[in-house]
Design a protein around this ligand. Sequence first.
Ligand SMILES: Cc1cc2nc3c(=O)[nH]c(=O)nc-3n(C[C@H](O)[C@H](O)[C@H](O)COP(=O)(O)O)c2cc1C
Length: 370
Amino acid sequence: MNAQRKSLSGDDLFRPATLGPYTVANRIVMAPLTRNRAGPGNVPQPMNAEYYAQRASAGLIISEATQVSPQGVGYPATPGIHSAQQVAGWKLVTDAVHARGGRIFCQLWHVGRISHPSLQPDGALPVAPSAVKPEGMAFTYQGLQPFVMPRALEASELPGIVEQYRAAANSAVAAGFDGVEIHSANGYLLDQFLRDGSNHRDDAYGGPVANRVRLLLEAAEAVTGVWGADRVGVRISPVNSFNDMSDSDPQATFNHVAGALSSLGLAYLHVVEGSIEEEGYTPGAFDFRQLRERFAGSYMANGGYTAQRAKAVLESGDADFIAFGVLFLANPDLPVRLERGGPFNPVNADRFYGGDQTGYTDYPFLDPGH
Ligand SMILES: Cc1cc2nc3c(=O)[nH]c(=O)nc-3n(C[C@H](O)[C@H](O)[C@H](O)COP(=O)(O)O)c2cc1C
C-alpha cells in the first residue's frame, strides 16, 4: 500500500507538504505539550494564545492535551473543550495561530485512571477499563497524592465515553481548529484500553487486541463523523511505560492498532517512538517500520528527534512528518533554527508545568524583529 510514497530528501523537512486536505508550510510539527497554564474553569487565556502564535511557523501545531469532559481531567490548570467558555478561550488561540499563517489541531484527551477524586466531579473515583491502580502519584491542586484504585467502566457506560469524544470534536470545530488528534498514547484512557497491563476486561472491549482497540475505533469513528477522516490523526506510544503502562506483546498489539486505524482513512498516525522517563527520552526495542507498513496515511514520528535524525528518517522513507516536543517548547522559531543548524535556547525544565510567562512565552527568537 506504500508503493505510491514518493521519496524525500532531508531538505524536504523545510518544504511545503500535504497533510490531509491541507498544504502545510513544512514537515515540522509542534508536539502536544501540557503546560498547566489554563485559567479558572480550565479555560485557555490570552497568554496561551501568545505562546501558540509564537510557534506558528510549524507546519502543524498539535495543542496540549485537552479534556473532552470533566471526567477526563487529571491535572491542575489543563484546558478542556467541553464548556462554552473553553471554546471561546480556544478561539483566541486558533485565531492567533491563523493570523500568523499556522495550522493547529486539538489533542482530545481523557485521562482515565491518571486522575484523583479531588479532580473529579463530586469527588468521584477516576474511571478505567479495569480496577487496576497505577503505581505513582497524581498531580492535584493539593500537591502530589497517591493514585487511588480506579472504578472499572461498565460496558453500558462506553457509549457515553464515545459521546464525550464526539461532543469535543464538535466543540473543536466551533473553536476554529483545523483538525483534531485523538490522544491514545502515554497511559491515558484509550491507551489503558489498548494495553493488556491495564485492560483486564472479559467483555467485547477486553481480551484479544481486536477487542482492546474497539473503544479507540468507536471514538475515532465518532470524531471522523464530525471532521472527516482526513482532518483526524491518532497518537500512540507502543513502548512508553509512562503512567505505569505495559503490554505483553507491544509489536503485535500496535501492528493490529495501526492496521485497524488505517482502514478509517485517517490523515496521520503519530507515534511516540520511545519511553518518556524522568531523565528524558529512551528509545525502546520495537520495529516502528511495521506500523508504517500497515498504515496508509501519513506517519508522524516523535521522540528525541534532532534536525539530523529528522532529515535521515525522511530520506529513508520511514516518516512523513516529525514532531518536536522539548525543542519546540524552548525555541518558538524552531523551523528556522533547524534549517540553520541552531543555536538552540537552553531548556528551563522547572517551568514546564504551571506558572506564568516565565519559561513559557519568554524564550527568545533568533531574529529579534521576527
Ligand atoms: C512538558 C511536556 C508536556 C507534554 N505534554 C504532552 C501532552 O499533552 N500530550 C502528549 O501526547 N504528549 C505530551 N508530552 C510528550 C511530548 O509530546 C513528546 O512525545 C516528548 O516530549 C518526546 O518528544 P521530544 O523528544 O521531541 O521532546 C509532553 C512532554 C513534555 C516534555
